[in-house]
Ligand binder design. Structure first.
Ligand code: C2O
Length: 540
């Protein structure tokens, strides 16, 4: 085990107060199941003062983090989004399976046009067989840096958690804060051909914590009582960083990952990539005092710690893992440097060796189309995307150690709005393989519209002869951090028709093209067919 003290760099501290006095029970109230929940989301600007700077940030209902959406398993959720900001906006319901409701998924230019200033759009979906901690976030430009909030789905009435009822529950959202305008920042970064600045602060529930300037009181605190057990709903609403989370002198017991129960697994710290959610139990078993809650970036020497956490993740129940496979896919993921094509290379080609940074799947960098792929697909509008995304790399080689590495000469990718078409009901196995082009790194790959079983992972190149799979109780997730210079194997049944983004949840990699759209065809009859679009679908 890697030593916590030497490798875990605390960049931020919030406080857990263990105090003797009694306090109010923080418990959300919710009514009986099977109902419809209505929410009004207004995209509004909010003036905030952080890090000795006043700026206007984009929010929902002037809340930062945004309002919590509470629901119960099998509830219908209806959210009316009204855009009162000067920016385009959409909301993605991260981890919601959106069965037959792809139109409400939210990624701009994949399932919908952005909701323009002054416009409205109503999202409608059912949380079929889903419970746990998920979250929602903007899916346009880099707005999700401030436009995010928790989506809490309680079990059906009368159904307890599969562990002792915690005394209290708290939502703990890890985020990143910038002093710049995020839409402008994205444009500047993309025009430069290189990566952008790191965040000005890492935040817990929007608070930078006492290590930052002017933030002595901008701290998130939880008061706890001795001997009680607390459940923290941890949410990785990060933009461009993966982060550890720990509490001084306290252990964390993971009981849920990505909205699915896990076998309890106790650890000193957890790692959350952007897009991950974890429920952990914390026992207030230390002497009365103050204990830091801290996050710290995932550095290169922490691979073993991450593997230990991954090894500990097992579904609570025996899973419904597809045993037979009819669609075998193999996607490489990695970073590229393309040759400069600009007449002003000083401005636009600031990537490695005067190139332009890119990222890819099967060496294709995804280009966002000008109309949503879902609309083009549904209305048979030609010319906005192609169906030629390869099911496996065009060339097999030693992806990790023998990767081309003389940028920008042999590190290029192709560009295109390529999609992969899947038959309804196909049982898919997908190997995600990190490549060493430029450098290996952990990529949090998120699939919209599905959860998938993570049946295996390892370091180096995937080798079907030696890979061992867990087909019994693998974790059922919506985002998988593919190990640095390694691979992960996932399985799912393509039973939800629509157009589903699959991409790296590090925002800069997504922008650089580490993305693909999976088109899942309709099956037979209305229960296997994507319905008509809602009447208020925004126009581009
Ligand atoms: Cu949470 Cu397409 O993302």
């Amino acid at each position: 085990m890697v030593n916590l003290v030497t490798t875990f760099k605390h960049v931020l501290i919030s406080l857990l107060y263990l105090c003797a006095h009694n306090m109010l029970h923080v418990m959300a109230q919710w009514s009986k199941g099977g109902s419809t929940r209505f929410y009004d989301f207004k995209v509004q600007m909010l003036e905030v003062n952080k890090l000795c700077n006043t700026r206007n940030i984009v929010t929902i209902n002037q809340k930062y983090p945004g309002p919590v959406v509470y629901a119960q398993e099998d509830d219908r959720v209806i959210v009316k989004l009204t855009n009162e900001s000067p920016y385009n906006a959409t909301i993605h319901w991260h981890g919601v399976r959106q069965m037959l409701s792809c139109w409400s998924d939210g990624p701009s230019y994949i399932t919908q046009c952005p909701v323009q200033p002054g416009q409205t759009f109503t999202y409608e979906f059912t949380l079929t067989s889903q419970k746990g901690t998920l979250f929602w976030h903007a899916h346009f430009s880099w707005l999700r840096a401030t436009v995010y909030g928790a989506l809490i789905i309680y079990p059906k009435t009368g159904v307890p958690y599969p562990f002792k009822q915690p005394y209290e529950e708290h939502i703990v959202i890890l985020g990143e804060y910038w002093l710049q305008d995020l839409v402008q920042l994205e444009k500047t970064v993309m025009a430069s051909g290189t990566s952008g600045p790191v965040a000005d602060a890492y935040t817990i529930n929007g608070h930078p914590g006492p290590k930052y300037n002017c933030s002595a009181n901008d701290v998130y605190k939880i008061d706890v009582l001795p001997g009680k057990t607390y459940m923290l709903r941890l949410i990785g609403a990060l933009l461009n960083m993966e982060s550890f989370f720990s509490i001084a002198n306290h252990k964390l017991t993971i009981v849920e990952a990505d909205g699915e129960y896990t076998k309890p697994f106790t650890t000193d710290r957890v790692m959350l990539g952007p897009g991950h959610t974890l429920n952990v139990l914390v026992m207030a078993d230390q002497k009365i005092g103050r204990y830091s809650m801290a996050m710290g970036p995932y550095m290169f020497d922490d691979n073993l710690a991450v593997k230990t956490i991954m090894d500990g993740l097992r579904s609570l129940e025996v899973g419904n893992v597809p045993k037979e496979i009819d669609t075998n896919l193999f996607f490489t993921i990695g970073i590229n440097v393309n040759k400069c094509g600009s007449k002003t290379p000083k401005q636009n080609c600031q990537g490695v060796h005067g190139g332009v940074m890119a990222a890819s799947m099967n060496n294709n960098s995804f280009i966002k189309p000008d109309i949503p792929i879902l609309q083009a697909y549904y209305d048979h509008i030609k010319g906005h995307y192609t169906e030629d995304f390869p099911g496996s790399p065009l060339k097999f080689y030693d992806f990790v150690n023998g990767a081309p590495n003389s940028p920008p000469n042999n590190t290029g990718s192709t560009y295109g709005t390529r999609t992969k078409v899947l038959e309804y009901g196909s049982r898919v196995q997908l190997i995600l393989q990190d490549t060493g082009t430029l450098s290996t790194e952990n990529h949090p790959i998120h699939l919209h519209g599905y959860s998938f079983y993570v049946i295996g992972y390892g370091s180096g190149n995937y080798n079907p002869q030696t890979a061992s799979f867990n087909l019994v109780d693998p974790p059922y997730m919506n985002t998988i951090g593919v190990p640095v210079g390694g691979w992960a194997a996932i399985r799912f049944v393509a039973d939800n028709p629509g157009v589903w983004a699959m991409h790296c949840h590090l925002e800069i990699h997504f922008d650089w093209g580490l993305s693909v759209a999976l088109i899942v065809k309709n099956g037979k009859g209305p229960m296997e067919t994507l319905p008509h679009p809602p009447p208020d679908m925004p126009h581009c």
